[in-house]
Design a protein. Sequence first.
Lengths: 235, 118
Amino acid sequence: MFFDLNIKGGSLENNIKLATQASEYGWEHINFSYNQKDFQDALQFKDDLKDNLAGIDFDYTLEIRSTNIDEIRKNVNKFRDKALCISVVGGDLKVNRAVLENVKIDALSRPYFKRYDSGINHILAKEAVYNNVAIELCFKDVLRTYLAPRAKVISNFRDIYTLFRKFDFPLILSSGAESVFDIKTTHDFISVFKQTGLTDAEIDKSFKTAGDILEYNKNRSNLIFRGVRRVDDEA
Amino acid sequence: MKLKVLPPTLRKNNHYLTLDIKSVSPISKDELVSIVWDNCVRFQGECNTSNFNLWVMRFYEMEKTDEYFHYKSILRCQRDFAEDVRSSLALVNKYNSKNISITTIGLSGTIKSSEKYI
C-alpha cells in the first residue's frame, strides 16, 4: 500500500481536491497534516471530508512546529488520543533529541531542516530505534530546492540512509505536498528516492513502516506499557 | 544524401512515457521540449542525459481548470533510462517563475499503446 503521512491540510474544499488528485495518482492512504493551532478546527470537518471522499483513506497528522521542548511535550500529551499520527518538525538539535527520546511521538519530520548536516548521528539513531520514533524524509525538500541547496538536501538524505542501514530505525517517506502541483504518481515518487540512493526493498519497508504507525496508533488506547496490550479476545 | 536506416538489431530501444502536465501559465510544445531537456541536464548532468535519447512525440492540450492549464504528452526515451528521466521530470517545479508540475502516468513500448493513457 502507498501511504503518505504528510500532505498539508487546509480547508475542506482544498483537502478534497488534494485527496482526489492523490487517488488518481495511485496513493491509497493520505494523512492531512495540521499544526497544533489548526488541528482542533480541522477535526470539526473530518466527518464532512469522509462523506465526500471515496476510493482513498485519509486521516489527520498533527505536525508540531516548535523549538520549545516543553511546548512540544504539552502538545503531544494534549493531542495523543485525537491524532492518529504525531510528527514534530526537526532541525534544532535539542528538538531532534527530545523527539527521538519521546515514545509518544510517532515521527521526527525533516531532522535536516535548515541545517548544514543531517541532524542525526549514531546516538540519535539508537534512540530512534529504542523509542520506535520514525524519521521522516520529505519529497518537497528536493522538489522545492534547486542546484546547490538541492544537492545538500540529497547529501543529507544519503547520510540518513547510511545510519538507517546500520541501525535500522523506522524511516518514512512523505510528499509534504501543499498543492496539486506537489503531488506526483507513486512510481515517480519512488523513482526520485531510488535516484537518491534507496533500494526498492528499503522504499517498500518505509511504506510498510507508515502503515504500521497507523495500525499501532489505532490500538494505542489498549496499550498498558511497552509490550503489554489489553486484548478483547474471549477465546 | 540521406543516411541509410540502421538494421533493427543496431537501433536504440525506446520507451514512451506519457506525461501529465499542469501549468499555471500556458505552455507550447517547444517550451515543453526545453523544460524536459533543462531539467534532465540539471538533475542528471550532461553526460548522463546524453544517454536518454529524448524526443517529444505528441503534445495534447486537455481541458483547462480554474487552477491550471492541463496538458498531456508522449515523450520518447531510451529503454534503460526511463527511471532516470521520470525522476528528473518529477522534480520540475517552476517554469518562468510560474508553478508547473510534470508527472509520468504511463510507460509503454510503443506510441500507440502509450496513447491509451491520454
